[in-house]
Write a protein that binds this ligand. Structure first.
Ligand code: GLA
Length: 743
């Protein structure tokens, strides 16, 4: 069992395969303190001293007068508010009397095998032999507020899942104004922090900087994580690299407003807090009611960033993604968005499908524009009835036609939105999120539906189910193309308006749960104006998420690198599109576009009927390549070798099978350089003693084989320590895919 309570020491010891986490208890007062998190320690005897509670003047038991000095430096497991810890609190309330202070102290604990699900929320899961949970019950006696802090440790992954559930045991309502999911206090170790930031079509760029005094936060108030900031933060030693150094990762399993923050205090200790953004959050807990926070996932790696990424990939693949597709090859799809935008009819779609089927593409996805009078993005969201002017003969006829070509069919929805110019809005103007007396702001010509309301969710799901039952539809792209604003729900009482942001997210989760219950075999892909809702919460519902509306292969290098810092390649929606690219106007070789998309779910987003003969031939080879390598890409371990973001010249990463028998090396020479004839790159993750045979992907050839034997063989040790030599490629944006195999 991964969790132990050491009675004498008053110490909880939580172990994962290679890490240890210790919580200490100050018996008399019941303060829960953070003792240690890092490399595994078998024998932690004496560790409680690391809480430093007996240092003058911070001894609460012997010097009760000086509790403020104590609390303001005590390494708290879950920080108090308004009682003397002046750093970031984990919880704040508005009591019936209007007070805000909270001090939670230990009451009891329980250790059990397995892990409970979190009502209405996505969360990691595992069986009794895979995960062990510690739940510590704490109480604020003045408020009658109980909090159960949960810690789950996994047997096979270096990850700890934390969340908190609050109960109002008093006879008065209390408002939770802040309820973070996790807090971690550590002494500063010359930490840097990494966060992911961006914009539309430029998501999840890595941002690394020193942790300095004061607070530094990333957050969202958009009702979704957004393109701009991301619910992830890493603390790492300043000298840490991909392969070396201590790294602490914090990832938040939630798809709404979040705040991830570091705070370095007067004594150089660093507090990290993770949870729902407290601004515009106020949750009324009536007597007897409870509130569950979402889950935060902590990972420690003593092997640099690469070790952290691999732990998250494993955890999310095994213990978060539930889809029947999680261990399966996904159909190679072609999406008509960049091919046609709104300008299509059934003939055009069938033309694309006909050509695509012959090239090995397996599914046609009909994107935005098939419903209501949706001829452009000014109208019709909310009216989910097939537009038979566009799709003559109806949806079933089209789907049957596509199926007859041997292809599956998928469809796009944007269920959370309503256009002012729609029948739905004309009938139910109060279903849009809005503040009475204020016209809500439009974004992409649309309003956000108040899906905190059951009747709104029902109406949309009913329409969706009717469409999905009407034909053989295997895939849904669930989109969300604007952030929330003008927060107000026509159905909520005044003292519950502060719940809307979170209730919106709960409503969206419930809708996705219902959709999957109705269609258990459905392949769901989430999307939000590209990658604005690419977060662990959504992975609980869909095994893949559209990564970005930017499909340019070079832009994708940074987007996919930042995404792969936390998420497995199997989750990253990635397509080959046309050039000049629609987001940046860049021309890149078709071959390069294929290799970059291969590092994700792989598919196409172009009018395949308009491709040259050569490109069509390459599509045939690319689809074969997908089938040859997808198991490895989907299930393998990811190693980052070089980053174009750092060197501005080239990008390189590797995927290694779990048994280390084979590996794929992705190399993109972004810019050609004069008089540099080759470059040596040291590989990672291989078996030292093994001999690897080298093949290169052959995308231009005529033969059936899509790899060329180089007749070169090297030991794993040589490839890791000496490296692999990559010859210069002629021109910019050129790429190479190398396959190493022991067979
Ligand atoms: C968003 C998505 C695109 C496409 C359009 C359709 O921007 O990210 O892939 O589906 O909506 O309107």
């Amino acid at each position: 069992m991964g969790i132990l309570y050491m009675e004498e020491e008053k110490l909880f010891k939580l172990d994962t395969p290679r890490t240890t986490y210790c919580i200490g208890l100050i018996d008399r007062e019941g303060f829960l303190g953070h003792v240690y998190y890092g490399r595994k320690i078998e024998n932690v005897q004496g560790a409680s001293a690391l809480m430093r509670v007996y240092e003058h003047p911070m001894t609460p038991e012997t010097n009760a007068r000086d509790r403020l000095s104590f609390l303001d430096n005590f390494p708290a497991e879950y920080s108090a508010h308004g009682v003397g810890d002046y750093r970031e609190s984990s919880v704040r309330v508005r009591s019936a009397l209007g007070h805000s202070a909270v001090l939670l102290t230990y009451e009891s604990h329980e250790i059990y095998r397995g892990k409970e699900s979190l009502a209405g929320l996505p969360a990691t899961f595992g069986g009794e032999n895979e995960v062990t949970t510690l739940s510590v019950t704490c109480r604020d006696r003045a408020l009658g507020l109980r909090a159960v802090l949960s810690y789950s440790v996994f047997e096979d992954t270096d990850a700890i899942a934390r969340s908190v559930r609050f109960f109002n045991d008093s006879d008065q309502p209390v408002f939770l104004e802040k309820a973070m999911s996790a807090c971690l206090d550590m002494d500063d170790r010359d930490f840097d922090m990494i966060t992911l930031h961006g914009s539309w079509a430029r998501e999840r760029r890595m941002d690394r900087r020193r942790v300095s005094h004061g607070k530094h936060a990333v957050s969202s108030l958009r009702g979704e994580p957004g393109h701009q900031e991301h619910p992830f933060l890493a603390l790492l030693e300043h000298t840490a690299t991909q392969t070396r150094g201590d790294v602490y990762g914090f990832s938040f399993v939630y798809s709404g407003n979040f705040r991830m923050q570091t705070e370095k205090n007067q004594f150089d200790s660093v507090r990290v807090t993770v949870g729902i953004e407290p601004e515009d959050f106020s949750w009324k807990l009536a007597p007897g009611e409870s509130f569950q926070t979402p889950e935060a996932i902590l990972v420690f790696s003593g092997e640099g960033l690469g070790g952290m990424s691999r732990a998250y990939h494993d955890l999310y693949r095994k213990h978060l993604i539930r889809s029947p597709y999680r261990n399966k090859k996904r159909p190679i799809l072609i999406n008509n968005w960049e091919a046609t935008y709104f300008d299509f009819d059934e003939e055009k779609l069938l033309d694309i499908a006909r050509e695509a089927a012959g090239l090995g593409i397996e599914m046609l996805v009909m994107d935005d524009g098939w419903f209501g009078n949706r001829f452009d993005d000014n109208r019709a969201l909310g009216d989910w009835q097939v537009n038979e002017e566009k799709l003559k003969g109806g949806l079933k006829k089209l789907v049957d036609g596509v199926n007859a070509l041997g292809m599956e069919f998928g469809i796009w929805f944007e269920p959370e939105m309503v256009s002012p110019d729609s029948n739905l809005y004309r009938e139910h103007p109060d279903w849009a999120i809005a503040v009475p007396g204020r016209t809500p702001g439009l974004a992409r010509n649309q309003y956000v539906l108040d899906i905190s309301r059951r009747e709104v969710r029902e109406c949309i799901l009913e329409q969706m189910f009717a469409v999905l039952h009407s034909a053989n539809i295997k895939y849904v792209k669930w989109d969300m193309n604007r952030p929330l604003s003008d927060l107000g729900s026509a159905a909520a009482e005044a003292d519950r308006q502060g719940e809307l942001y979170h209730r919106y997210v709960l409503g969206m989760y419930e809708m996705q749960e219902r959709l999957l219950a109705e269609f258990p075999e459905l392949l769901l892909e989430n999307c939000s104006g590209g990658g604005a809702r690419f977060d662990p919460g959504m992975l609980y519902y869909s095994p893949q998420i559209w990564c970005s509306d930017d499909t340019d292969a070079i832009e994708r290098l940074a987007i996919q690198e930042g995404t792969a810092l936390v998420y497995p390649l199997s989750a990253m929606g990635a397509h080959v599109s046309v050039c000049p690219n629609h987001a940046v106007g860049r021309n890149t070789p078709f071959e390069t576009r294929g290799f970059v998309a291969l590092a994700g779910t792989f598919g196409y987003e172009l009018d395949v009927t308009g491709l040259s003969k050569e490109d069509k031939a390459m599509v045939g080879r690319q689809t074969a390549m997908y089938h040859k390598f997808n198991d490895l890409v989907r299930e393998g371990d990811y190693y980052r070798i070089a980053s174009y973001g750092d060197n501005h010249l080239y990008d390189c990463f590797q995927v290694v099978s779990k048994d280390k028998k084979e590996s794929l090396v992705f190399y993109v020479q972004v810019l050609g350089e004069p008089s540099r004839h080759s470059r040596i790159l040291r590989l990672q993750g291989l078996c030292g003693d093994a001999i690897y045979h080298l093949y290169e992907a052959d995308m231009q050839g005529e033969g059936r084989s899509i790899v060329k034997d180089t007749d070169r063989e090297y030991s794993g040790q040589l490839l890791e320590n000496g490296g692999i030599i990559l010859e210069r490629l002629w021109g910019d944006f050129r790429a190479k895919l190398i396959w190493l195999t022991q067979d």
